[in-house]
Design a protein around this ligand. Structure first.
Ligand code: HMG
Ligand code: MG
Length: 324
């Protein structure tokens, strides 16, 4: 893959904030998404329609979607705002809000005339390990696919694009090392179901250049088109950038990251944030790739959100660049 453009999927507002203990105010989340949309990012994951008793931090995602539909953030380029969806109930929240949606959203929609619009993209999330599937989705991998099938079918019928995630692609704290063949199997199932892209999650950041390379080669040799793959690396052990390099060398041109390295997964013990968007952009530009992202602007957003939620900025590049 000689293409020198890399698409960055900013997951800070979702993967980043879902793990914050104190509830982040809705206005802060909206401001984060709006500020990110001015940086040149083309995809900003904006929330998740999951059970609020499982992930309380994401409970206001319907308000975020309604806000984005009513007031599309000013952006220099078209931006997609995907939402995570685990089941049909979650999909209802992503669909155009007419009769069967939450009262607040319906009311807002009526007033502002956005009733015919919904999310343009959702993500379903599977696991390559049984242990994490049970923790994260409260069901086996097999059952999760039974639940995803009607979600994907209905989303596609409604013109909503579907992205797939696979978690624990390297190793799992509950089930041990993940055989690459299992990742291949789950990835192929997601693609066959209708996902346009599958993001490979090293949920706990335990991958290294060797294990990531073995995985990438297993996927490619099994016939998975590399253009349909994305890398989603958490930086728990500081290996995310070097692992992104291995993904890049294998032809991957889509990477997930979170501004200021926000995040972690509530159901993956020890998991910390994603690779920081600032660090990823700096790395990609330094090796001659194009992202369309303004590094200085995204660094400013990283500094602002870290301060706003009282958290250490986990990017190396952002603070260094702003100190110059
Ligand atoms: P369950 O408890 O088995 O579900 O959870 P249930 O169907 O029995 O429902 C239980 C309650 O939740 C009911 O409410 C439902 O209405 C409600 P009650 O009657 O008790 O009041 N409910 C919902 N509410 C709103 N939206 C929904 C929804 N579904 C049910 N969509 C379930 C199963 C899948 C719902 C639950 O396990 C869940 O929500 N899991 C999501 C966990 C999550 O969000 N994890 C983080 C995202 S994944 C991630 O971070 C990894 C990733 O970054 C990649 C990587 O790094 O590897 C993507
Ligand atoms: Mg993640």
């Amino acid at each position: 893959n000689n293409n020198d453009f890399v698409k960055i999927v900013e997951v800070g507002p979702r993967d980043g904030l879902q793990n914050e203990k104190a509830i982040v105010p809705l206005q802060t989340k909206i401001k984060l998404i709006e500020r990110l949309s001015t940086t040149g990012l083309r995809v900003i994951e904006a929330g998740s329609f999951v059970a609020p008793k499982w992930v309380p931090q994401m409970a206001d995602s319907t308000s975020i979607l309604a806000h984005l539909l009513r007031n599309p953030p000013p952006a220099p380029q078209p931006v997609t705002y995907p939402f995570l969806v685990p089941n049909l109930k979650g999909l209802e929240s992503a669909l155009p809000h007419n009769s069967n949606s939450g009262a607040a959203v319906a009311e807002e929609a009526e007033v502002k005339g956005v009733e015919s619009k919904g999310a343009s993209e959702i993500s379903i999330f599977a696991s390559a390990s049984e242990g994490f599937s049970l923790k994260n989705l409260n069901c086996s991998i097999a059952t999760s696919f039974d639940r995803f099938a009607p979600v994907v079918a209905k989303a596609l019928q409604n013109g909503i694009k579907v992205r797939g995630y696979v978690s624990m692609v390297i190793s799992c704290p509950y089930s041990g090392d993940t055989p690459p063949e299992k990742v291949v199997e789950v990835t192929k199932r997601l693609l066959d179901m209708g996902c346009y892209e599958v993001s490979l999650g090293d949920t706990t950041g335990v991958g290294n250049p060797y294990t990531v390379d073995v995985l990438m080669k297993a996927l490619i040799e099994a016939g998975v088109p590399v253009e349909k793959l994305a890398c989603h690396f958490h930086d728990t052990y500081g290996q995310a950038i070097v692992n992104c390099m291995v993904g890049l060398a294998n032809g991957v041109r889509v990477f997930d990251s979170s501004v200021a390295g926000l995040g972690g997964c509530p159901y993956a013990k020890g998991a910390t944030g994603n690779v920081a968007t600032e660090d990823l952009v700096y790395f990609l530009h330094s090796v001659g790739m194009k992202t369309g992202v303004d590094l200085e602007k995204v660094s400013e957003v990283g500094a602002w959100i870290s301060d706003a939620i009282g958290r250490k900025n986990n990017s190396k590049v952002g603070p260094a660049l702003l100190a110059r």
